[in-house]
Design a protein around this ligand. Structure first.
Ligand SMILES: [Fe+2]
Ligand SMILES: [Fe+2]
Length: 351
């Protein structure tokens, strides 16, 4: 289903021109397998949770009952859109040094799909949020991850061909959880955007997990070194869910902007925590499966403790005595040597 009027398309066409200029500046060529356009799926007519549960979903900004809710919604869409386009900039340099053609091909598709997600969020901003939305959509393409300007710190992290798989396996998985919750949003156009995005995210998770499987199967990267890069990424992912106890998460839930995992919540201040717990359970299982690919005598990967290296919530800046460490300059140098060996990662299969 496609939405939009001729007049709105005119304003959005300008954004599309800007996006093409952004692609040219990055020297990125859209993957022809990905159609760059907005996509929507059907959602139930009624709001499913929060203060307005049972009422009709909001079709336009004028249906939103409180300007504070509109402001918060605009911010959520901007953050989501920023994450999408910053992800493209963040991985751009890796295209030129991919370990195999298979990996380069997958990354190129990933980058174009993230561009489409940015397109989708810009479409919402331009179509529904007037001048403020148009300005926000323009600014989406003016910031740069390469200048450390991503709104979420996770998109300013420098990637290499080891942690990029962790990044897609864990970071895109955080995106899956967040988008699933936004898919129940009271603002219908945002909710309708989520399912097509989630379908594409599914492939990003495959890229990440299969990459990690291939690293474990080859067993050339020392497990402890791999673990340090996993720690780096998981700590960032834990932060990305927000603080353990959060009044803003409670507000988002109450206002119908972001649902709760499992559709029920006893304490709405803990919706972030519940979502992070679900993510951690899934991550623990995946690490267990990866360990089965390592030789019996080898050390094993483990789930990074949620108290390690946190920047938000009660564990931020607290002393932590566990075994986790972050990657070091020596790790980066060792990794550069490992990348020179063609068999550091097992061959990839599938499209
Ligand atoms: Fe995305
Ligand atoms: Fe993604």
């Amino acid at each position: 289903m496609e939405l939009g009027t001729g007049r709105q398309r005119g304003a959005f066409d300008e954004w599309v021109d800007m996006m093409r200029a952004w692609h040219r500046e990055l020297d990125v060529h859209p993957d022809p397998r990905v159609e760059l356009h907005e996509k929507f799926s059907d959602v139930p007519a009624e709001i499913g949770f929060g203060r307005y549960a049972g009422e009709r979903r909001w079709e336009s900004v004028s249906d939103i009952p409180d300007p504070k809710i509109k402001e918060a919604l605009l911010r959520l869409i901007v953050w989501q859109g920023d994450s999408e386009v910053r992800a493209v900039e963040q991985s751009r340099a890796l295209l030129d040094c991919a370990p195999t053609e298979h990996d380069r091909d997958r990354l190129a598709r990933h980058m174009t799909e993230e561009t489409r997600h940015g397109w989708q969020m810009a479409y919402l901003l331009v179509t529904y949020f007037g001048d403020e939305g148009r300005a926000a959509a323009r600014e989406l393409l003016e910031r740069r991850a390469t200048r450390g300007e991503a709104l979420l710190e996770m998109f300013n992290v420098k990637l290499n061909w080891l942690n990029v798989f962790s990044w897609h396996n864990w970071g895109d998985r955080v995106g899956k959880y967040q988008l699933s919750m936004f898919g129940q949003s009271a603002f219908a156009p945002f909710a309708r955007s989520a399912v097509p995005m989630l379908q594409e995210e599914g492939f990003h998770l495959v890229i990440g997990y299969q990459g990690m499987q291939r690293i474990c199967a080859a067993n050339r990267v020392p497990v402890e070194l791999h673990q340090r890069y996993i720690n780096q990424m998981l700590a960032i992912c834990y932060d990305a869910f927000g603080a353990e106890v959060s009044t803003s998460a409670k507000r988002y839930y109450d206002w119908g902007l972001k649902a709760a995992w499992g559709n029920t919540i006893e304490d709405a201040e803990r919706v972030n925590q519940k979502l992070r717990d679900a993510f951690m359970d899934e991550a623990r299982k995946l690490l267990g499966l990866l360990n089965k690919l390592l030789p019996e005598s080898e050390k094993k990967l483990y789930l990074t403790d949620p108290r390690f290296n946190r920047k938000n919530g009660p564990f931020a800046q607290q002393p932590y005595e566990g075994p986790e460490r972050l990657p070091t300059a020596e790790d980066a140098a060792a990794l550069a040597e490992i990348f020179r060996q063609p068999d550091w990662i097992a061959a990839g299969q599938g499209a």
